[in-house]
Ligand binder design. Structure first.
Ligand code: CP
Length: 311
């Protein structure tokens, strides 16, 4: 694997999930693979899970890890040909090449603005690192995708499913803040690659990018969509068509124990209790959010392993 910026960078998904589950059984098996190699993690935005699980994964492989909160560094310019006489102090052309001299792999987290759809969809931060860095790039959640989270979710479903083709539902939830579509996008793409009966439920008008959802069934009736579900992935996203807007905060879309039934509850975390999901679900036996968070380590580790094996 050269880079991991999107799910399609995985050449054999089923095999990769199997390998990640094996790594989980023996996380230190390849503890010298990354010896004398350095992972530099760049955060343009906050993180708890991604930061710690990716660092743990790298250390399990024997790597050194350096973390930079980019807001503590010089403000970066991404525009080609920019006259840099305002706030930006350093161009990505220099920054990416400089960081590449300190890193064997660079991982980047850069959320969307949610105000400029075209710019967000250009993935200019991630793609600038791909263009100007001279080492492999890992996406730790970009404007439109969170492929490490989706891989952890796929591992979790594979581990916990007792059916050849479980029913999986992605259910939109209300939220007081405008959130990106990235987690939902990557989960949809991941489910399209897996042997699952997958559908999406959300209020009318909350359609995700149709280039991502493709033919995935969408049901505007949440009760109907949840019937006989095995896994329910709950997630808010802000409006895609009226880009970045909050047009609905209907608490009826919150996940409750009654609605969940016997299904397993999934969420990437962090989650707002009693807004997105009620306490009884998160504190109940059907919640698998801790397994998802744990699997973030092995998702990151299998990706780092595959990249290191190419170096
Ligand atoms: N799920 C996830 O990416 O969590 P963090 O934002 O805390 O990294």
């Amino acid at each position: 694997m050269n880079h991991y910026t999107k799910i399609k960078d995985i050449s054999n998904l089923a095999e990769t999930i199997k390998e990640a589950i094996l790594l989980k059984m023996n996380p230190n098996e390849y503890s010298t693979l990354g010896k004398h190699k350095t992972l530099v993690m760049l955060f343009f935005n906050a993180s708890l899970r991604t930061r710690l699980s990716t660092e743990k994964a790298a250390k399990n492989l024997g790597m050194e890890v350096m973390v930079l909160n980019v807001n503590d560094a010089w403000q970066l310019e991404f525009e080609d040909g920019a006259i840099m006489n305002a706030n930006t102090s350093e161009h990505i052309k220099e920054a990416a090449r400089v960081i590449s001299q300190y890193a064997d792999i660079i991982a980047v987290r850069a959320f969307p603005s949610l105000t400029d759809k075209q710019k967000d969809e250009s993935e200019f931060v991630l793609n600038s690192f791909l263009k100007y860095a001279t080492v492999p790039i890992i996406n730790m959640e970009s404007a439109t995708a969170h492929p490490l989270q989706a891989l952890a979710d796929a591992i979790t479903i594979t581990e916990l499913s007792n059916k050849p083709k479980p029913k999986v539902v992605l259910s939109w939830a209300p939220h007081p803040k405008a959130l990106p579509q990235a987690v939902a996008n990557s989960f949809v793409e991941m489910m399209q690659f897996m042997e699952v009966d997958f559908r999406i439920t959300h209020p009318k008008g909350y359609e995700l990018n149709p280039e991502i959802t493709k033919n995935t069934p969408i049901n505007y009736n949440q009760t109907d969509a949840l019937k006989e579900a095995d896994f329910v992935y709950v997630k808010n996203w802000s409006n895609y068509n009226d880009y970045g807007k909050i047009l609905n905060q209907d608490p009826k879309w919150m996940m409750t124990k009654a609605k969940l039934g016997a299904a397993k509850f999934m969420h990437c975390l962090p989650v707002r209790r009693n807004v997105v999901v009620e306490d009884a679900v998160l504190d109940g036996d059907n919640s698998v959010v801790m397994s998802q968070a744990n699997n973030r380590t092995y998702a990151a580790q299998i990706i780092l392993k595959k990249i290191l094996e190419r170096q």
